[in-house]
Design a binder for this molecule. Structure first.
Ligand SMILES: CC(C)(COP(=O)(O)OP(=O)(O)OC[C@H]1O[C@@H](n2cnc3c(N)ncnc32)[C@H](O)[C@@H]1OP(=O)(O)O)[C@@H](O)C(=O)NCCC(=O)NCCS
Length: 201
């Protein structure tokens, strides 16, 4: 796995994903340990259920975000859900996972910031994360991001209040997304060339 960010000390770019990224999303989730998968989904999820989750991802209603390595593989994945429930319009729910070898480098926080920007620009007034009680990493990340914790032992939650969108916040998101899309295009093209070299060698 290439780490193209930490050594360069750069902020990783976060790209918004589309339906054509489903295979990469599944590959990312399958690369997580069983422990991390349980922390991510809140229960011991089977491979079949993972496949179903990926198949049912709703890229136009929700928003999926990824940080990619040089081989155009997803090292960190965020899912911002806009469910159809009563509070859906105002509260967006966020779930996140970072590959084990890429954790503690700020990727989870970057995805959280990117998701908060998107949720704000879609008119949500808060972002929520649900987590299992033993998830110290998530709790720490949430506190560092200024989120408020709701201490429910069965289903702890963290909330981030969002400002209303402005012209500047909308432009900021558009610009970030353009940069990330161009960067990802290059990564995919380079990865394809590398694969072609290997297969034709
Ligand atoms: C939770 C998770 C997304 C954090 O991602 P990350 O990229 O490692 O987080 P960051 O590097 O942005 O770190 C943010 C803060 O959390 C802390 N943190 C990260 N991992 C930690 C760990 N294992 N134990 C304690 N603190 C931890 C970091 O130290 C940092 O705080 P600091 O700057 O005060 O040191 C990652 O651990 C993960 O993918 N876990 C498995 C899936 C999961 O739990 N998902 C959340 C439920 S939706």
């Amino acid at each position: 796995m290439h780490n193209t960010f930490a050594s360069a000390g750069e902020e990783p770019l976060v790209a918004q994903l589309g339906a054509h990224h489903r295979n990469r999303v599944l590959k990312h989730l399958r690369s997580l340990s069983l422990h991390d998968l349980r922390l991510r989904f809140g229960y011991a999820i089977t491979d079949e259920a993972l496949q179903r989750y990926v198949r049912r991802l709703h890229f136009s209603r929700d928003a999926l975000f990824g940080i990619f390595d040089e081989a155009a593989q997803i090292v960190a994945l965020g899912h911002l859900g806009f469910d159809q429930g009563a509070r859906a319009k105002t509260t967006a729910e966020f779930g996140v996972s970072v590959l084990p070898q890429m954790q503690r480098q700020g990727f989870g926080t970057r995805l959280l910031q990117r998701a908060a920007m998107h949720a704000r620009n879609r008119g949500a007034t808060q972002l929520m994360m649900t987590y299992v009680a033993e998830n110290d990493a998530l709790r720490r990340m949430a506190l560092r991001a200024g989120m408020k914790l709701a201490h429910d032992h069965h289903e702890p939650r963290a909330f981030l209040n969002l400002q209303p969108p402005t012209a500047a916040s909308l432009m900021d998101e558009t610009f970030s997304e353009m940069l990330a899309a161009i960067d990802l295009g290059f990564r995919v093209a380079n990865a394809d060339v590398a694969t072609h070299r290997i297969t034709s060698a």
